[in-house]
Design a protein around this ligand. Structure first.
Ligand code: PLP
Length: 411
């Protein structure tokens, strides 16, 4: 975001550009014309290096469900720091977090930890290939599954929500398909709702053809105590599920798990050794494990309900702002997640979600305007709730959106 020429963010970005390409180490956090550097964060607030504090609805891309530096997580991590941060031994901390996750997600019998969602997806794909003996993966066009799958050109691309095409394409490629990976609430196209029965059909088609179904819930796990598979899409039980973000309590994390017979490809106690070796110097490191355990412990079903109610309040309030100002945008999202689409067209997949260049320009202006009003959203105008938030923060967001629309002269 723009700042005065003497700002500390300017100075930091100049130093960053001398040592990193474009001053950047994470594409997602670049904002034009230059990023704002953060100094500290607590609860729902982030303070930048020039002393401005804003309300954070990004929460490190949905991963901080308890906001920043939650005291209970901080205490657990500080205790663990003195006990060792990374060991060449397993610890009880990984057993405890694995037990919690296996209890929560009905279709997960066994799981393993990684350091990121990207790695969790990579390993789920490896598991599917080893188990089925088939090489290819199918995924839905424009849906994000991490830095690895995003670049696999050989994948079969399917249109989301198109039952006929899905049945036809999976049917005609089944003999080479190890798995279909699907995000049940695809975030890159803007939290597109699956059409009624679509995920169940996907489940039936894959099961009947011996193709594994991988549910990528790295973001959508935050919609329910049992993950996206439970409340929203009963009858859609995945063979493998990938998790990340909130399960690490704010630390780097990923996990993948599912059917015990599929996950057995990693079992080192097999006579011939594991079919697939899966290392990772920091896998299941106890710092992440204790942070994740505390984060999960503070998330009973009632807390998911409270977050979902806050999300609904945000979606309703933003829709009212649009209606009162006569702006033909729309609001999407589920549970604690929301997103503004800068057009009124029906969004059913990636292609229909795409804004025109002028709609994109309006989004960019709105993002800067609401940032100036003290609210942090993603450049795609998505956001999420964190447990330190109450109705007051949601109402502040709605009022700021109203002022931001006025400031950019949309209506
Ligand atoms: C659905 C989904 N899969 C995978 C990933 C990759 O996770 P990570 O950024 O932890 O590597 C993300 C990240 O946003 C995601 O949203």
């Amino acid at each position: 975001m723009p700042g005065s020429s003497e700002s500390r963010s300017d100075a930091l970005w100049a130093r960053a550009r001398a040592v990193m390409p474009g001053g950047n180490s994470r594409t997602t956090v670049f904002t034009s014309p230059r990023p704002t550097y953060a100094a500290s964060a607590s609860g729902f607030s982030v303070t930048d290096v020039d002393g401005q504090t804003r309300l954070d609805f990004v929460n490190n891309y949905t991963s901080l469900i308890h906001g920043h530096s939650h005291p209970r997580i901080t205490e657990a991590v500080v205790r663990q720091l003195a006990l060792g941060t990374a060991l060449s031994f397993p610890t009880e901390t990984e057993v405890r977090l694995a037990e919690v996750l296996v209890r929560r997600v009905e279709s997960i019998e066994h799981l393993r930890f990684t350091n990121s969602g990207t790695e969790a997806v990579m390993m789920a794909v490896q598991a599917a290939r080893a188990f089925t003996g088939r090489p290819r993966i199918a995924r839905f066009e424009g849906c994000y599954h991490g830095a690895y799958v995003d670049h696999a050109d050989e994948d079969l691309l399917l249109p989301f929500n198109d039952a006929e095409a899905v049945e036809r394409e999976i049917g005609s490629h089944a003999s080479e398909l190890a798995a279909v990976i699907v995000d049940p609430l695809p975030h890159r196209p803007g939290f597109v709702d699956p059409a009624p029965g679509f995920l169940q059909l996907l489940r039936e088609v894959t099961r009947s053809l011996g193709v594994l179904l991988i549910s990528d819930e790295i973001i959508s796990f935050r919609v329910d105590h049992g993950g996206a598979q439970r409340r929203f899409y009963p009858g859609y039980a995945a063979d493998l599920t990938t998790l990340g973000k909130i399960i690490g309590g704010g630390f780097p994390v990923g996990a993948f798990g599912g059917r015990a017979d599929v996950m057995a490809v990693f079992d080192p106690t097999r006579r011939a050794g594991p079919k697939v070796a899966h290392g990772g110097t920091f896998n299941a490191n106890p710092v992440t494990m204790v942070a994740g355990y505390e984060a999960m412990a503070m998330l009973p079903p009632s807390e998911f309900d409270r977050l979902a109610a806050l999300g609904q309040r945000a979606r309703d309030g933003l829709a009212d702002v649009l209606e009162n100002r006569g702006i033909s945008w729309q609001v999407a999202g589920k549970a604690s997640l929301f997103k503004l689409h800068p057009h009124p067209r029906s969004v059913v997949d990636y292609r229909t979600s795409l804004p025109t260049p002028s709609e994109q320009a309006a989004m960019d202006r709105f993002c800067q305007a609401i940032f100036a009003e003290g609210m942090i959203l993603t450049p795609e105008l998505a956001g999420c709730m964190s447990t330190p938030m109450s109705e007051a923060e949601v109402d502040a967001l709605i009022a700021a959106a109203d002022r931001a629309f006025k400031a950019i002269g949309l209506a």
